[in-house]
Design a protein around this ligand. Sequence first.
Ligand code: ARG
Length: 486
Amino acid sequence: MAASASSPAGAATSASPVPAHASSLHAKDSGWSGRFAEPVADFVLRYTASVSFDQRLAAADIAGSLAHAAMLHEVGVLSGQDLADIERGMAHIRGEIERGEFTWQLALEDVHLNIERRLTELVGDAGKRLHTGRSRNDQVATDVRLWLRGEIDAILALLRDVQRALVAQAAMHASTIMPGFTHLQVAQPVTFGHHLLAYVEMFERDAERLADARRRLNRLPLGAAALAGTSFPIDRAFVAQRLGFDGLCENSLDAVSDRDFAIEFCAAAALVMTHVSRLAEELVLWMSPRYGFIRLPDRFTTGSSIMPQKKNPDVPELARGKSGRVTGHLVSLLMLMKGQPLAYNKDNQEDKEPLFDTVDTLRGTLRAFAEMLPGLEVDAAAMRRAALEGFATATDLADHLVKRGLPFRDAHEAVARVVRLAAERQCDLADLPLADLQRFAPQVGPEVHALLAVEGSVAARAHVGGTAPAQVLAQVAGWRSRLAMA
Ligand code: ARG
């Protein structure tokens, strides 16, 4: 061990959570060593082992093994006594793992061989019979699907929390006026509630994608064995039903080898993070004194060690940064799968760290946003002032002229000249006297000033999808019932 401690593989695993006392590198029997003339080199063991990270699959691994054992008994391959021994041993192991008392051994490579070895220590031959009719190849494919299914459910719940927080803020700000931007230039006034509901809709599509990925991954690989199936009279539907799978992977070669379900999940996760990063970026901008639109609760910001006046939006900034890392994991998994010949290859062991980190990053980010958004405070006056800055109601004036018979292109031209006048006088369009407006377009009517006020502008857009306060409130009501809000 000392000789290889400075090797790259040794360095890479030295920070692993496997406790030093647990890394007795030479187990008496690795689970497959019978054919080998010499033990695996220490650094190769460290290079190939996955137990430092795949131990988080333990609960799924035990659930899968229990369903497999019950099935073997059901079809007459395993005695009632063996099944009872396995169930007793697994209950014991589950307790050891939960209490942090389980000794993970690097020499036993992965979570599967560690648990199986401990089972055999505890219950003897019944433990050795558990692996009948299965392989670690279909075992790990099953474990990852089971584990990811549970994580998707937790992520969906967090995504709903974020949506609820946004809807609650949108309800409070249905008629709070802010500038809407295109090209980050003031474009037209919008309501802040409407702006927030844009994210609710993005996250709704994300939830649909996650639910869809969950539906496709919820099929059972177990029974594929190493790659070709097994000569035992297994009942795969029995196992699927026990584990809550909706169906079976119907080709054993595909079942053990494809990780498209993990890729799909990471793609959906990358989109969630991409949406979060857009919101994060806006929070950062809005919080800067240049905008001054919002304040975030102090517990989500940090100070500077040198500049006493600073309050930095670290949580949104980090979320923005972490979105890149999740997209990186998606690309890693795509590259991992690309060009792999059928069926299982050890490459697939590399699916876990990107997948686990994607889940952890997404869960942490969604939790932070779900807790931060309810504390967001809005400076409505600052938002309204900003909406008055860029002649944001110029389109309303053009629309007014069109309604009075002017072709849109001519109206556009006339309004452009009105805007130049307002710019010269450094006033808003709504401040120009009627007579001045009529010099550019005689069609302008006396009701124009109500339309040119930002309140009139947003109120006029009351159709489905529009920014009017009435429409925002209608959308909020719809979301409240969809999201089961009080
Ligand atoms: N730790 C392995 C993985 O994650 C389990 C499957 C190993 N199978 C094998 N034939 N070596 O993919």
